[in-house]
Design a protein around this ligand. Sequence first.
Ligand code: GLU
Length: 472
Amino acid sequence: MIRAIKALFKSKPKVVTRFAPSPTGYFHAGSYRTAVFSYIYAKQHEGKFILRIEDTDRARSKKEYEENIVESLQWLGIPYDEIHRQSDRTDIYREHLERLIAEDKAYVSKEEAKEGGEGERRTEVIRFRNPNKKVRFHDLIRGDIEFDTTELGDFVIAKSVTEPIFHFVVVLDDYLMGVTHVIRGEDHISNTPRQILIQEALNAPEPIYAHLPLVLAHDRSKLSKRHGAKPMTHYRDQGYIPSALLNYMCLLGWNPGTTEEIFDLAGLIKAFDLSKVQKGGGIFNEEKLRWVNKEHLKRLPRQEFAKKAREIVGSTDRAKDLKWDVSEEKIERLAPVLLDRIETYNDIKTMVESLDLDYFFGDPVYDAISLKWKTDSDLSGAEKHLGFIRTALKGLSDAKWNEASVKALVWPYAEAEGRGQVLWPFRFALSGKDKSPNPFTLAEILGKAETVKRLEAALTKCSLAAKPVETA
Ligand code: GLU
């Protein structure tokens, strides 16, 4: 019994939102933000989130775009509770159009065809009988809005009973699907008065409206599919992660009123406030997105990051050609270095291509003379210091091997003997590069055996270089 009552309540959520894209282009940031706000609002109220594909414009709608929308939402982690396709609902629209006509709230009008050329062609459309009145509504973001609909005349709501157009199907579907909150782009604000008139004719309740400010390109023009906005799948392919995109999109036109900028989904559901969305457009700033992505990468469970990073490193030609041993364990130890240098997963590829990871997977390549600190006159200093470090580190057990314990052994010695004199050859012996992480970090990543091996190789180089060249 209790279960039945619960089920009854469950079947009628108090909040129902929808994302209603027309599949006339790839899913880009502008539409994504609308989807995100609608989704989060529904989640905040334990409501329902509907995906409705608005494909009544048959000439412009494409299956490919619909698939891109569905695929993007899936990748971005925005699950919908229901999906509807307007092209599957023609019979429903027909029934309601016929009802409006029967009630004389709409009528068939014979008109002259605009296009067509030769001779006079007559065509039929269905027009809405406009009561010509003032329409008022309250928008959660923009406040009270009033509009005199007289100037709209008897507007067209369908080309025929089987070809309804946009305004009619939006209103009817919102009604039939129980949508309580219409959250959509500001470009639809001028459609709202017309849609409210249709609602009244259908005896449908008026939903609550929230018209979101536009997402702007960096030149402040509207970000649109026609304006070259990139599809969201582009960001996936560029190595961004969904949680970062979700976070970044919420910051376009909203802020929590604190300096906190990094949120996961749960954090957004807690903090987001639709009524505090700004009225002005938000500029899509790829640099900021890169920063947010970096912050999210840093917060990923280390193993999850390492798994993906390993896949990327392992798939590069360089790793394959040089037969790098890209073990999970090594990548996990390398993770802090990667995370320090990258903003997207794809930056890992760039690091490999710029040979920045070579020395982690293969022997460093350098000339003995590079081991010499700039103020030393020969390699004797380097040889002495490397000898000390090798002996000290050999005494450190594998179990205690980490950045801090290595540092504890070497640092006091470097303080006494000169930091440059000691740490320069140490770092060079491990990386063969003048730019690399510090030697303590390197030692931890390489592990004891590899570190000692590289120190020994450097010592051999020193002694070979010191040997007088034998003459015949
Ligand atoms: N299908 C419309 C669009 O893609 C949205 C309609 C609405 O949200 O009311 O712009």
